[in-house]
Write a protein that binds this ligand. Sequence first.
Ligand SMILES: Nc1ncnc2c1ncn2[C@@H]1O[C@H](COP(=O)(O)OP(=O)(O)OP(=O)(O)O)[C@@H](O)[C@H]1O
Length: 582
Amino acid sequence: MRELLRLWRLFRPYRNWMLAGYAIALVTLVANVTLLAISGWFITAMAVAGAAGVSMNYFTPAAIIRGSAIARTAGRYFERLVSHEATLRQLAGLRVWFYRHLEPLAPARLQQYHSADLLSRIRADVDALDNLYTRVLVPVLVAVTAGVGFFLFTALFDLRLALLLLALLLAAGVGMPWLTRRLGSVSGRRLVEEQARLRRLAVDGTQGLSELLVYGAADAHAERLDATTRTVIEDQARMSRIEGLSQAGVGLSANLALLGVLWLGSPLVADGKLPPPQLAMLALFALAAFEAVAPLPLAFQHLESTLTAARRLFAVVDAEPAVTDPPGPSPRPAQHDIQVRGLRFAYPGAERPALDGLDLDVPAGQRVAIVGATGSGKSTLFNLLLRFWAPDAGEIRLGDAPLADFRGEDLREHVALVSQHTHLFDASIRENLLLAAPEAPQAKLEQACRTAQIHDFIAALPEGYDTWAGETGVRLSGGQARRIAIARALLRDAPVLLLDEPTEGLDAATERALMDALRTLMAGRTVLMITHRAAALADMDRILVLDAGRIVEQGTHRELLQAERYPRLLGLDATALAAASP
Ligand SMILES: Nc1ncnc2c1ncn2[C@@H]1O[C@H](COP(=O)(O)OP(=O)(O)OP(=O)(O)O)[C@@H](O)[C@H]1O
């Protein structure tokens, strides 16, 4: 129920839309009930008048019938219009709300979620919440108001008839929903989880299709998909059976009400206490009254999946960000040197720290390389420099201001990252470049691409800078993608540059060409570069050797050739390394 309250608060901005939806739904329902009841009364009254040979005013009831029919049709149309408008506004608002909460969690707190799972939450779970408005809130409000009104109206004629109607309305509107909620709760909850799992498996299978085929694991993956699909289908079938049962239950109650009114009312007619047309009216009125409670069993049957979806969203939203922005404005450092003192950091649940008392000074404009075995903490240092995580102890200062005083967004104005994995968005090459500098004119983009030595390639494409990149666009080689990343960093023009293995996996010729572009990028900036490539290392002012989260050796490339670990890390013996060095 806590979730319901939180959702209610989230839906607050759309209160007026909900109110309008409720009012229109109520008017439509009353019009429909009036139509049936007056028709019953009118036909019977006309028959009785005809049999008795007396005349009667048929203009008023005919006008009411026509008016109700028009109100019902128009009401249904506007009800759809308003409820869809309200739902779509709510969904759009909820998506923005969820995304706003997601952003500060990235990347540290989101690493536990599969990307397909997050997508599933932002799409399917947010969609599921729309059930709450269209299927739960409005129908419940309408049913309660109409139920009370119907009881009072029937009581005007006979209390026993009114009590019978009320009892059956309660059976259909409270008893059936209670039953369907009980029967459907396990399946409803499982359905949300299993559908999310299905999406995860489908995305994983598609993204890793080559690996599955190469290792002959495609059949096993298909079997997992099949098994999950079977569970989903079984749950959907169960939910449908429950839905059928509940509809039958409501239908049965409605017909019992009709029969009950006739059965209790006939003696009243015989005794002359109730005119025959009024009995016909009340019988049809009772039948039509069940339209008010008909949506409730379905509403409560799906309530569990709606609440599960809400819980999944709140679980993400409630996560504490790994780093919180300071309240005040960020410092504006005049210098861009980096000082690191006693930096300690362990990932949650890790047995040993990834960084264990690291000290480091990078004067402004200096180029420093970091080498170290896998798992020695190189990427972690970058994660802390970018403020994706906060240190457990120690401090990083940028131009004499603690990094903790910078808002994440402001910090990344000063610090740019080029990594070996360049993500190209499903957009044109121009848009991919504009990501780094949204206002940059075309001339500036071209200049950055020229410096990054990618302009000629882009210009030779049939659509030039408008060529579609990303997953569905033109395929760029690793070297080309990294040049785009270099162009982005040039456009961002940040004074501090973090380079994470920018030439890894490239052939020697491409690496040399990329190093030329990198040299231009590094000029005049404070640079930290993770690399193990001799060609890049020889270019750096200083090299740090990292081991188990500490700096264990440092010096220039030449100096370190004589050291203990450095030559081993580069995979060359001292002689070969000396030959490789300039
Ligand atoms: N996101 C993470 N969550 C938990 N533990 C992590 C995470 N990233 C790294 N680690 C752990 O922290 C330690 C340092 O990892 P880090 O990625 O910084 O090493 P690295 O030197 O960059 O290695 P590589 O060269 O393989 O990228 C390792 O033991 C690693 O398993």
